[in-house]
Ligand binder design. Sequence first.
Ligand SMILES: Cc1cc2nc3c(=O)[nH]c(=O)nc-3n(C[C@H](O)[C@H](O)[C@H](O)COP(=O)(O)OP(=O)(O)OC[C@H]3O[C@@H](n4cnc5c(N)ncnc54)[C@H](O)[C@@H]3O)c2cc1C
Length: 600
Amino acid sequence: MTTYKAPVRDINFVINELLDFNAHYQTIPAGAEATPDMVEAITLEAAKFAEEVLSPLNQVGDEQGCQWNDGEVTTPEGFKEAYQMWVEGGWQGLSHPVEYGGQGLPMSMGLIKSELVGTANWSWGMYPGLSLGAMNTLYVHGTEAQKQLYLSKLCEGTWTGTMCLTEAHCGSDLGQMRSKAEPQADGSYKLTGSKIFISAGEHDLAENIIHIVLARTPGAPEGTKGISLFIVPKFNTTEDGTITDRNGVKCGSIEHKMGIHGNATCVINFDDATGYMLGQENEGLNAMFTFMNTARIGTAIQGLAASELAYQNALPYALDRYSMRSLSGVKNPDKAGDAIIHHPDVRRMLLTARAFAEGGRAMIYDAAKYSDRMVQAESQEDRDAAENELGFLTPILKAFLTETGLESASNAMQVFGGHGFIKEHGMEQIYRDARIATMYEGTTGIQAMDLIGRKVVLDGFKLYGGFCKKLYKFGFKNLISGKRRCYSAKLIGYTLAWNWHTVKMVARASRNRDAVGAASYDFLMYSGYLSMAYYWAMMAEVAANKLAEGGEDKAFYEAKLETAEFYFSRLLPRAKGHAGCMNSSTDSVMAMSLDRFTAR
Ligand SMILES: Cc1cc2nc3c(=O)[nH]c(=O)nc-3n(C[C@H](O)[C@H](O)[C@H](O)COP(=O)(O)OP(=O)(O)OC[C@H]3O[C@@H](n4cnc5c(N)ncnc54)[C@H](O)[C@@H]3O)c2cc1C
């Protein structure tokens, strides 16, 4: 069974020493309440809840899974009680406006909470996690009446939310979606259709479930331009939220799947279900992007969570498992062999997970500042600017951190040798739970196309250019005055190479459109390694300065520097391999005809 200890020291390092959340909070209205004491108190409380309530349910959730019985879903033992504690603790509305029952704190504080909850028990965390996406969508696109009714209940946590996009024949390509919404005389709609893979679609944790559903109105244009968004409650209610009768929404079945067993993945059938339009007709996909972007950052946290949990649980084993002698001399003379942590290959696996966890945390928490600015912006211009910056980072965070999270989980299993494959230790659960993260919320392939297509080329390289400028600025400044100039030099070198490879790739794409798709995965991974290098370079500067000041916590800062060194020496060079692939001929991918694919 895995255990979880919230990495509070590292979180404090990131939010206080690296990113100065306190200064940031003074620039946004919701930040007034988020004093350092308040942030610390909330982090510690969330850590306690994660360690003491959620972590012990992680294995229970995996073993028991959810049970379906004639449309009703029962969650694993303890999930309901934990959710009740969550509601009573007022956790759900932490970062949502006070006028809808929230606590009005910055979005970034919600992300800290999400990391702690998600690492302790990802399956459980998905129930409130999906609600968060529904809350954000309602907040941005809902009418005042919709917010008063639905957002308030979701903030309380007494109702939960879902996102209903996927249908059996389409997930990535939502333009093919078929669910229908017929307008009614009273302004409502009747929805008919079937959605699959709906996370938290049915359960016994809350009194009502608010489905946020994509569907087409009669005569709507084909493709993505004819999709609208609807609020469809499981139970109909009066305007003050009193439940009246059951709506035409039923859970047809739940999936039997590889991991995240504690979270119900549902077929949800809508049969003349009453729904209410959210936002404008035919602009549903745009509105749904509010939900999807929340969920994508949430899924990036799943990648970080996998790296963190994997590292934490593999480390004690590596310290206490003895096998053969260290090549550089005996380390544990009183044992028949040396602890496996003395073997370089075991250290490689541990340090990889650690570097991805700590680097990923810095990346996500910095991005969280953009969500704060987006939500708190006082002008449309500022909101758009923050949303665009976050939009550029989102595919990198989502795809790179989930891919690296999976690698960490795999490495941590490997540290256990054959025992990693055995259920008892829980390492294989980390891997199974993490495996979905590269698939849902847009696969890695879809994120890669989004990054290179929409966020780089179609944007005319503006966001890309702005991002590079940030890297160069840090690199050149610290090349002259920094304490770790070698990292600044590497950062500049890899950014220059990124620019060169991007230009070459775009030039090739002008001759062959498939060049972009063929390069997209490697482009994304290069972007990920480079972005993480920026954060590791920053962390190394902070740690080196702290050590120079000669204060407390020497071991923490030294370990930070050693992990930074590992990142720059052993992980960042992988970007060169991606660059090589990115710029190889498109024909090597596209030349094989379909009949040759089968000719073997
Ligand atoms: C456990 C679980 C929970 C989920 N939760 C939800 C949920 O709550 N709500 C919801 O609506 N959905 C949910 N999903 C659905 C999930 O988001 C989709 O499965 C996912 O987006 C991929 O869609 P698909 O399965 O239809 O694959 P497809 O779209 O058929 O893709 C198949 C493969 O083709 C690739 N591909 C497709 N098009 C392109 C392209 N243009 N360029 C390059 N590659 C391409 C993909 O990358 C993928 O590798 C969940 C799924 C699972 C398994």
